[in-house]
Design a protein around this ligand. Sequence first.
Ligand SMILES: Cc1cc2nc3c(=O)[nH]c(=O)nc-3n(C[C@H](O)[C@H](O)[C@H](O)COP(=O)(O)OP(=O)(O)OC[C@H]3O[C@@H](n4cnc5c(N)ncnc54)[C@H](O)[C@@H]3O)c2cc1C
Length: 415
Amino acid sequence: MSSPSITPSVPPRTQDVLVVGGGIIGLVTAWRSAQRGLATALVDPEPGGGAAQVAAGMLAAVTELHYGEQTLLALNLASARRYPEFAAELTDATGHDLGYRRCGTLAVALDADDRAHLRELHALQERSGLESEWLSGRECRRLEPMLAPGVRGGLRVDGDHQIDPRRLAGALVTACERAGVVFHRVWADRLTVAGDRATGVVTADGTVLEAGQVVLAGGSLSGRLAGVPDAVLAPVRPVKGQVLRLTMPRAHGPLLSRTVRAVVRGNPLYLVPRESGELVVGATSEELGWDTTVTAGGVYELLRDAHELVPGITELPLTETRAGLRPGSPDNAPLLGPTALEGLLLATGHHRNGVLLTPVTGDVMAHALTTGELPEEGRPFTPRRFGAGAGAAFAEGTGAEQGPTEQTLLTEQTV
Ligand SMILES: Cc1cc2nc3c(=O)[nH]c(=O)nc-3n(C[C@H](O)[C@H](O)[C@H](O)COP(=O)(O)OP(=O)(O)OC[C@H]3O[C@@H](n4cnc5c(N)ncnc54)[C@H](O)[C@@H]3O)c2cc1C
């Protein structure tokens, strides 16, 4: 990505908005921006790629609740509420089926420790006014007969749904194209700044792209774009996740009818069954910089734990193993809206909830791009909450000094 500095040889192209990064977050921002009448361009060598190619697609505002993340919960819930309308609008605009399923989630416990942990989560959910129902082990198995006999109890959360993130990404590319977003399929090498304002980027092929506003939506790479002043660098780090894909035979009906999740030996595990017959099993969580290697240990642990939860999975064909990078932030919440550098906005740091947060991010960013301010629901997520220079300090402490290579970012491993 970073190439020696290139002297621009072509005249600049000017847009109202230039989005750097065409993962689902950059795409939804560009789509909403174009819909608001702003001339919008997007730069990414592979729009529609990124973490959505790996993600499970759980829309899990309730079962993803963690202590200390109540502010994030409000945004997660706002986005979950918007999903039905958002999915319908995107399907109308593109004709794409998004694999959106309102099938609910069952979070189960396999031993006494897990059960105690799940009881605490249930209490926290109730204190937060969320809907979830405690079930005995027998009631869990009545809902999902393929669960292991040892399941001790669980939480039924009918409001946590799922979508296929690959289809979501593909639909957003089409929606952007139809809304008139201009795609530049190339890396942005560096941000250009004139005086104290961001003015655009120079791409890897030397093209100068100018814009009134630049949105940095580079996922885990958001803190790496050259030319961004230290004071406004995004404090974002890569958090690796390995995921398996298996195929459920159609003949015997679905192995599972809803998302099933658990914590096994301290490791969060989920099985997400799609209508297509795909079963997604994930995910590891590893702080290893920009490493997207699929490891024997990662695959082994996922299969071992998934087998403990649903013994029948060992009969299924294993069709894909893959690793992706979540864009993690210091408080696990996204960074949305204007930075201290005029003309530069961020839409990044969505960590493990980027798929869930896609609809609300589009709305918040469209508001910020058209008014210069964050709407009420977006205000807690201003990048300014971390203070000037947080990104530079953060990069030093993440073990992510080893920069990524194009190879690691585009790696796909299929068995
Ligand atoms: C294993 C795993 C499981 C997950 N499961 C879920 C889940 O169940 N539910 C959920 O809600 N979320 C989930 N997520 C999280 C979700 O996938 C991410 O939060 C989301 O996809 C991030 O999207 P993004 O667009 O911000 O970043 P990315 O997807 O990383 O996209 C960033 C894009 O920017 C481009 N880019 C970066 N720098 C430049 C540059 N200089 N020039 C041009 N282009 C650039 C890259 O090419 C890339 O296409 C999961 C993630 C992983 C890894």
